[in-house]
Write a protein that binds this ligand. Sequence first.
Ligand SMILES: Cc1cc2nc3c(=O)[nH]c(=O)nc-3n(C[C@H](O)[C@H](O)[C@H](O)COP(=O)(O)OP(=O)(O)OC[C@H]3O[C@@H](n4cnc5c(N)ncnc54)[C@H](O)[C@@H]3O)c2cc1C
Length: 443
Amino acid sequence: MWDVIVVGARCSGSSTAMLLARAGHRVLVVDRATFPSDVVSTHFLWPHGASYLNRWGLLDDVLAVTPSHTSIEMVTDGIPLSGTVPLPLLERYFDELHGDDHGVVQTYTSVRRRVLDQILIDAADAAGAEVRTGFTVDELLFDDEQRVIGVRGHGRDGETVEEHARIVVGADGRNSFVARTLDLPKFDERPRCTFAYWSYYEGTPVEHARLHRRGRLAMASVPTNFGQTMNLVYGPSEWAAAFRRDIAGNFAKAVDFISPEIGAELRSAQRVERFYGTLDQSAYLRPLSGPGWVLVGDAESFKDQCTAMGMTHAFRDAELVSAALCSWLGGDQPLEIALKEYEARRRSQSAAAYYDYVCTLAEMRPPRHEELRMFLALRDNQAETDRFLATHGDVAPLSDFFEASNLFLLDGGMRESSSRDYPIFDDFEATSRMYRRNPFIEP
Ligand SMILES: Cc1cc2nc3c(=O)[nH]c(=O)nc-3n(C[C@H](O)[C@H](O)[C@H](O)COP(=O)(O)OP(=O)(O)OC[C@H]3O[C@@H](n4cnc5c(N)ncnc54)[C@H](O)[C@@H]3O)c2cc1C
């Protein structure tokens, strides 16, 4: 009998298994995949994502093979902002959510999943969890009261194996087998999302992440492992079908439109892998826990990649759920109370507001005139730029940055800042109308 069985061994699963095993609990973590392997995901980590790895003693392993940086560049309709998430806000995030701020770093890094997920699995193994890869869970086991008491599955040899546990953690991604078997509903679904295509390039040394947006299209260009950069293009899902008719051609067209400089860079670089892509990133929430089970990561809540937050939130869930399960397994509180605490933190007002923010951004509406004026005002105010980055990156609550007094201050800045250098303001209505047209079907 295991204390905990974790289904899925990537960002949320291996981290949960590692933290529970480090606390001395008997943990089995399984995954049908074999590792190292990639998964449909890019790999930009915000500073609080890197901070989780640092808190767990794994960041050095990542940074030994992965470039990192401490500032990012965001360019919206030609208006550049760059900055870094402030340390005090990072410390406050960890204090409020986890009760301590040890290990906080201001590091951004983009670690390829075949590298990161292997580091996480190795850490779970080193902590004493039993790791079984190439093992598919086919059934959940229930007792007479419909409480989950284990899993039935098979390894590569095809032999059926049954394992029992006091609780099963579903860390098995957006198409979660655990959630489907339990027939869990999805709620607050947001069908409008982005399509995203990306690939890897050599010969474009890039020192920090560049996140560019123009109209309804955006791209990320980040340094990653093996001396490569990852370049990703995304846009509204209703443009996906037209984009897909010529992926390579439309990728180049999109980059040239979003950032002619990066377009020129990529023309002189070499693409070293095929294009990867995804068409459907519609967001949802699922119930968090029930008799004998609990969900973490994408299994519990998936959302669009447009703010690159999924891995960091998977790490957050791993810390929250393992703390809850440790307090129950250690006899400090009943399971139901411990899981209520997990739920309260996961379903805070701040988390709900951020979910809404991501889903709204994922509609990829062209930025409004007043949003762009706000970016102009931020240009002259580094402290507020950093606070905006922290808000966009879910380190600080949206309600703090977007509170009335702050917007009033920025409004003053907007009046003073000059729009002369930014062609978008020359004829805003005409440009914005042009940005609404799908460039992959219209000249
Ligand atoms: C296009 C795209 C780009 C993204 N870019 C970023 C980014 O830049 N930064 C970021 O932070 N996030 C990004 N994300 C989100 C991120 O990839 C996910 O949030 C993250 O992978 C979730 O981790 P997870 O452990 O919950 O699930 P997953 O990574 O999906 O892992 C689930 C695991 O469960 C296993 N599994 C499933 N069913 C079973 C079964 N029956 N038996 C055994 N094993 C099973 C699977 O094999 C898999 O390994 C992106 C997502 C997409 C789609």
